[in-house]
Design a protein around this ligand. Structure first.
Ligand SMILES: [Zn+2]
Length: 352
């Protein structure tokens, strides 16, 4: 039977906003994973939780001997309290690959041991231009970037009395915004945009009579930004492994905010040639706007799975994300193209 995929843009954007607003720096992803488990339960989808805290939903296909797997990650960049300064301000240790410039001026939450939070703002120590000559020129680094807490706490003792300790996680305010012109601006679109697309696809297969040709696993991983997300608990029958993750935009890049990016190669090396060609053919056949690209400083959960020793064909595609690991942006055109390629792929034959 033929069921066409009615990708629901508004529902995807709402779901994206909802998961973006649940803080989930790598290492502190319990709340967002709990939300995803609730969704799988609502949709009556079989799933398992790994010891590392990821969730893998499985939908049985007509062929249950040969499987395929798609993954997206819900962990994001973040930080940890490194030190409480004599002034009561906090030094940070960054979680994930980014620079302090990307979070300067951003509001944040300190996640205390009791689960409650204290708010603050990440600033250069010498931000005030009326006082400091080098406010503009100072290199932003771990020594001069600090958190200004929104509490009357001006000594380490007063900060500790608030319940803040070294090792507490710090999350950044995502500032999610969807514009009338179709842009979505937010932190953490990497990779929650892909996660929302994967979840919508799971929902589609749970609600419709459309059958998957092969048993398919939807792996929501929670340690990608630190290099070891979906590299374990891969079912043995898995032959193809797709990381659904952001396309990298910039000078010399093919990727943009209006197409789906298919990655031919990143820092880990080339992706599987046959599987990548298969994705390109599907995009061509179904008139999906796509770009093929190379990402210079990039690794994915698919390459992490290969490095961990899994014998799978691996590939990578996803929406194009502008200003990645900073205040990111994409367009609904890109989400739509990625959603279409996801649907086309899960219905396609395995690459021989
Ligand atoms: Zn990512």
């Amino acid at each position: 039977m033929k069921v066409t995929y009615q990708w629901n843009q508004n529902e995807t954007i709402e779901l994206l906003k909802e998961i973006v607003e649940i803080p989930s720096p790598s290492g502190y992803t319990m709340d967002v994973i709990a939300k995803i488990r609730t969704l799988f339960e609502q949709w009556h989808v079989e799933y398992k939780t790994t010891h590392k805290g990821a969730v893998i939903a499985t939908i049985q296909g007509e062929n249950n001997q040969q499987h395929r797997l798609l993954t997206a990650h819900v962990d994001t960049l973040g930080a940890m309290v490194k030190e409480i300064k004599p002034s009561g301000r906090l030094k940070l240790s960054l979680v994930g690959g980014f620079k302090f410039n990307a979070i300067e001026g951003e509001n944040c939450l300190i996640h205390k041991a009791d689960g409650s939070t204290v708010s603050g703002t990440i600033l250069l120590h010498q931000t005030t231009v009326h006082v400091y000559k080098d406010a503009g020129s100072a290199e932003r680094n771990a020594d001069n970037m600090e958190v200004r807490l929104d509490e009357k706490a001006f000594s380490p003792e007063q900060v500790r009395n608030l319940g803040i300790e070294v090792g507490d996680f710090v999350s950044f305010q995502p500032r999610f915004e969807a514009t009338a012109s179709g842009y979505i601006k937010s932190r953490h679109l990497d990779d929650k945009a892909s996660t929302a697309l994967l979840l919508q696809l799971v929902k589609h297969f749970s609600e419709t009579q459309e059958k998957l040709p092969y048993t398919t696993h939807f792996y929501i991983s929670n340690n990608e930004e630190i290099g070891y997300g979906g590299n374990s608990s891969i079912p043995e029958e898995t032959q193809e492994y797709i990381a659904v993750d952001m396309g990298a935009i910039g000078d010399g890049q093919e990727s943009d905010e209006y197409t789906v990016s298919i990655c031919a190669k990143d820092s880990s090396g080339p992706y599987h040639y046959g599987l990548t060609r298969h994705l390109i053919s599907l995009a061509k056949e179904q008139s999906i706007d796509y770009k093929v690209d190379i990402y210079p400083y990039y690794g994915s959960d698919a390459s992490a799975a290969i490095s961990a020793g899994h014998d799978v064909k691996h590939a990578l595609f996803g929406p194009g994300i502008e200003a990645s690991h900073s205040y990111e942006r994409t367009h609904t055109d890109s989400l739509k193209a990625a959603a279409a390629l996801l649907h086309a792929y899960v219905l396609s034959p395995l690459v021989s």
